[in-house]
Design a protein. Structure first.
Length: 256
């Protein structure tokens, strides 16, 4: 069994498209196939001054922390520091990068695989160090992801593509997925969507046919961009009895 550890740079994830991420899905992901979750840490910021004075903020924050603990995560807090510079401008700082890096390096001696959730390029050196210790490092992030971090990791996957990690707003009983376009033919207006499903053996890639006429995408050149993420509904086309992707919308274009 692969002994797996999850390390979440929660503030980076929250600010870069991952607000509302479901930690229970991360646990499921880490336990798929020949893998068992051994460590799960989430590094968060807390403004102690606001916690003291704002009852609603305190309740909401601590409820969030409790949910993480119920999912099996250890919550490591970094308290917000307030500074006034020479010009009298108030700035705040709550960086948990060092805490995450030290914990990961110490705990990696008992791990085979590390799932790192961050898009911050400052973690490139950490990834290399973990790899040199024999760990496989998989990076998951949402927006504003360092290209160097993507390249240095053993694998990179957009958090948008992990099924259920970030819920999709959809109607009751509708089968919505997120995926990327592959093999798109702009002259004929069709291609395939690649998306993922969680199965006991692991994260499995699936493909489904689509035609641009079944999309709300204004700029169809997005179908040629392998980094563009799309949401779509899986339906059976009664005209040909084929399963297809319909109502395709791009995360890169605002909804009409």
């Amino acid at each position: 069994m692969l002994k797996t550890g999850i390390y979440v740079d929660a503030e980076n994830i929250r600010l870069c498209g991952g607000y509302g991420m479901r930690y229970d899905i991360l646990v499921d992901l880490a336990n798929l196939g020949k893998s068992v979750l051994l460590r799960a840490n989430s590094y968060l910021a807390e403004d102690r001054a606001r916690t003291k004075d704002d009852h609603e903020y305190r309740q909401k924050l601590y409820r969030y922390h409790d949910i993480l603990r119920q999912c099996g995560f250890k919550v490591i807090k970094k308290y917000v520091q307030h500074y006034v510079d020479d010009e009298g401008i108030l700035t705040t700082k709550a960086n948990a990068d060092m805490d995450l890096a030290i914990d990961a390096l110490l705990q990696a001696r008992n791990l085979d695989r590390v799932i790192l959730l961050t898009g911050d390029g400052d973690f490139v050196r950490l990834v290399v160090a973990l790899q040199n210790m024999g760990c496989r490092v998989e990076v998951i992030a949402f927006n504003n992801v360092s290209n160097q971090l993507k390249e240095i990791a053993d694998s990179y996957l957009s958090g948008f593509l992990v099924p259920g990690l970030l819920p999709i707003q959809a109607g009751h009983n509708e089968n919505w997925q997120r995926g990327v376009a592959v093999n798109y033919n702009p002259d004929r207006g069709f291609g395939f969507m690649r998306y993922y499903t969680l199965k006991p053996e692991g994260l499995v890639a699936e493909t489904i046919f689509f035609h641009c006429s079944k999309s709300n995408v204004v700029n169809d050149t997005l179908f040629l961009d392998p980094t563009s993420i799309f949401e779509f509904r899986i339906v059976i086309n009664t005209d040909n009895n084929r399963t297809e992707a319909w109502d395709i919308r791009s995360l890169d274009e605002p909804l009409a």
